[in-house]
Every structure is written in C-alpha cells, then in structure tokens.
Design a protein around this ligand. Structure first.
Ligand code: SF4
Length: 254
C-alpha cells in the first residue's frame, strides 16, 4: 500500500534517537570503565565477559539502528518494522523527548516527527485489510464547536450541514463500510478499540494525543493523521479527509 500522506519530518526524531543511542553507548562504556578495576579484582573472567557482552550489545544496537533507518527511509519492510515500532515507542521515544527538551526543541515538533516515523513503519508493512478489520478513530474536537447534534454514539447522526469535516468522514464511513468512532478521551478510545477489535486503525488526533494513543494500542498498527487546529487546541479542528479516503482506497483488499 502506498499512502499519499507525507512522512517528511521523520528526520528530527531519527536524529534525536541516533544521538540518544550514542549517548547511551557512551554512558555505559564510561560506567564499565569505572567498574572494570573492581570486576578485575573479583575475577578477570567476569571483567572479560562483561566487556564482550557490552560489545555484542553495541553491535546488535548498531545493526538494529541501521535496519530501522533503512525501513524508515525506504518505507520497505526489512522484517524489523514491528520490532522497530515497539523499540521506538517503549524505549527510545521517552529518551529522545527528554534529549530534545534538554536542547530546547519544541515538544510538539518531536511528537509530530515521531508520528511520521511511525507512519513510515506502517507504510513499510505493506499489508491490506478487509473493510470490517479497519477502524477510523476520530477526536470529538473535529465536530464544529456550535453543533448541537450528538454524534459520539453514531457519526451517522450528523445531518451534514457542512460546517465541519464530520460530514465527509461520515460519507467515507458509509462508502467504504468501515467502522468509524468518535472518542471524547483516551478511556473511551480504549473501550472502542476493545469492542471493535480492529486489525488496523486510522487515527486522527493532535500530536500529543496521537503519541499517547500509539503507545496505548500497540501492537495494533495505527496510521496517524494529524489534525489542523485553526481555532486553537480542541476547538473545531480540521482534517484532510482526502488523505483518509486515499488510505482506505489503498488499504482495503475487497
Ligand atoms: S457537519 Fe455534522 S457534525 Fe459538523 S456541524 Fe454539521 S451537523 Fe454538526
């Protein structure tokens, strides 16, 4: 599958993770160097063994990082995409975010870049799904702030007045027969996922919620589409519906 969504911007996060990895290697080497005299005192073999283990760990780390870069930049599956997402979400994201903060990089820029990295891994998976296996998960803030219609239970309650993107998203949901849910928060989003048991999620959210969501729902693959916030955070936000349309066209195999 080849989405037309941009994954440009992933370089920032990949650069931060590379620096984080180098720092981790530097710190562990320094630690070993400090404790090695003690290890030699206990047993020479112990010191040699710990050094060899450290070297093997570094080789695996470098090899893994190279595969991650290949996957992210070529957007082809090097059998590491799933593992890479896990490693990035669980270990490298918090370290890279802290490093970014330390050097004064805007947190939201890092979050956006992480979403682009995630999307390049998702593209690399190149899988197709049945319509019923896909879930479109939308944030409530996409609904026009003044709209009195209750759409959280059913997006089809929208009377299609055209004041927000919910109108076109409801049409997409009907066109592709894909389940579409609107979540007012993380707890509800988790419940929707448990109930629907999707094999693939297209999620719309702001960078902060998207990163949290990606962490929460792993290992379900999530294609992250960031919303626009022309009226500020959480108020009448917008999304490029054609990107979701195009993704569904490429994703569905029936
Ligand atoms: S398009 Fe639907 S959800 Fe949006 S404002 Fe109109 S009725 Fe409300």
């Amino acid at each position: 599958m080849d989405f037309d969504i941009t994954t440009k911007g992933k370089e920032l996060f990949l650069t931060l993770t590379s620096i984080s990895l180098l720092l981790m290697m530097g710190i562990t080497t320094l630690l070993w160097w400090f404790v090695s005299p003690r290890l030699h005192e206990i047993n020479d073999l112990l010191a040699d063994f710990s050094l060899t283990a450290l070297r093997i760990f570094y080789i695996l780390l470098i090899f893994g990082t190279l595969l991650v870069y290949l996957t992210a930049f070529t957007e082809r599956n090097f059998l590491i995409a799933n593992f890479a997402v896990r490693m990035f979400i669980k270990i490298l994201y918090p370290i890279s975010e802290s490093l970014g903060k330390l050097v004064g990089i805007d947190k939201e820029k890092i979050q956006e870049s992480f979403v682009y990295v995630n999307n390049s891994f998702i593209k690399a998976l190149r899988k197709k799904f049945k319509a019923k296996e896909i879930l479109i998960l939308l944030p409530h803030c996409l609904q026009n702030n003044d709209c009195p219609i209750r759409i959280t239970n059913d997006i089809n309650n929208c009377i299609q007045c055209g004041k927000c993107d919910i109108q076109d998203l409801a049409k997409l949901s009907q066109k592709y027969k894909v389940a579409t849910a609107i979540a007012t928060g993380g707890t509800l989003a988790r419940r929707i996922i448990v109930e629907n048991k999707p094999k693939f999620i297209i999620a719309v959210a702001c960078p902060r919620d998207m990163v949290e969501g990606l962490k929460d729902v792993f290992p379900i693959p999530v294609y992250g589409v960031l919303n626009f916030r022309p009226n500020g955070p959480c108020i009448s936000t917008r999304v490029a519906v054609e990107i979701i349309d195009n993704a569904l066209k490429k994703l569905i195999n029936e």
